[in-house]
Design a protein around this ligand. Structure first.
Ligand SMILES: CC(C)(COP(=O)(O)OP(=O)(O)OC[C@H]1O[C@@H](n2cnc3c(N)ncnc32)[C@H](O)[C@@H]1OP(=O)(O)O)[C@@H](O)C(=O)NCCC(=O)NCCS
Length: 194
């Protein structure tokens, strides 16, 4: 009997079922070694391997004083993967900075993950006495930040690349105190993004 005619072979024909992909993301301050370690791995993948901004790793003198935020994909309500991260730190009383914003390449333009990380970054600093929140934004992302109520202050070159110094309009970022609960963002997508 040919394979095509075999009832056993027929029974195991692969079905064209899309891979399940998380469509709910919790954005929160990182807690514990797993969340922090996965966030660092994502930063290396984006800033060292993908963009080639740094060689080896992207750690610097800010990391020991910074707070890491993560976006966690959720499966059945349980954390599955760190798909986004950003860090914040207070440089002087009232002056906060955000940096190392990164979303896993497969999850970009997917569930407003980057926008929600920015929202929590600024809102949680706002709740802790922030009066000015700044970031050096890569030039290609300036329109994203402008849509999120950031103002361009000054063009600059960092790591040999064009950046814009930008400031968040705090009136659009109500203080967030419950930073380990954070926010949930959702996408309507049912397929793994290309
Ligand atoms: C920049 C980055 C963090 C954005 O993350 P993301 O999860 O794809 O962004 P979001 O889906 O939250 O974007 C929110 C909205 O802005 C849009 N948007 C995203 N990036 C944009 C950009 N560079 N320019 C203009 N619009 C943008 C999205 O399409 C989305 O639009 P919608 O509200 O109509 O759906 C991500 O592309 C990334 O990690 N890039 C590589 C690393 C990097 O550049 N880091 C930033 C250094 S400043």
């Amino acid at each position: 009997m040919s394979a095509a005619a075999s009832p056993v072979a027929w029974a195991f024909e692969p079905l064209d079922v899309p891979a399940f992909v998380a469509c709910e993301f919790r954005v929160k301050w990182a807690a514990g070694d797993w969340e922090r370690g996965e966030a660092m791995a994502l930063r290396r993948a984006v800033f060292c391997e993908e963009q080639g901004v740094f060689e080896g790793d992207d750690l610097d003198a800010i990391d020991p004083q910074a707070q890491t935020l993560v976006a966690l994909s959720q499966m059945g309500g349980m954390p599955d993967q760190v798909v986004g991260t950003v860090r914040i730190h207070q440089a002087e009383p009232g002056l906060w900075w955000g940096s190392r914003l990164a979303v896993h390449a497969a999850f970009r333009h997917h569930g407003r993950i980057g926008a929600t990380l920015i929202q929590l970054a600024v809102a949680s600093a706002h709740a802790r006495g922030c009066r000015v929140f700044l970031a050096h934004v890569q030039q290609q992302n300036v329109p994203l930040f402008e849509r999120l109520h950031w103002q361009a202050l000054k063009e600059e070159t960092l790591h040999g690349r064009p950046h814009m110094l930008m400031q968040a309009d705090l009136s659009h970022y109500p203080p967030c105190l419950d930073v380990y609960t954070g926010y949930v963002s959702r996408s309507g997508a049912g397929r793994r993004p290309a």
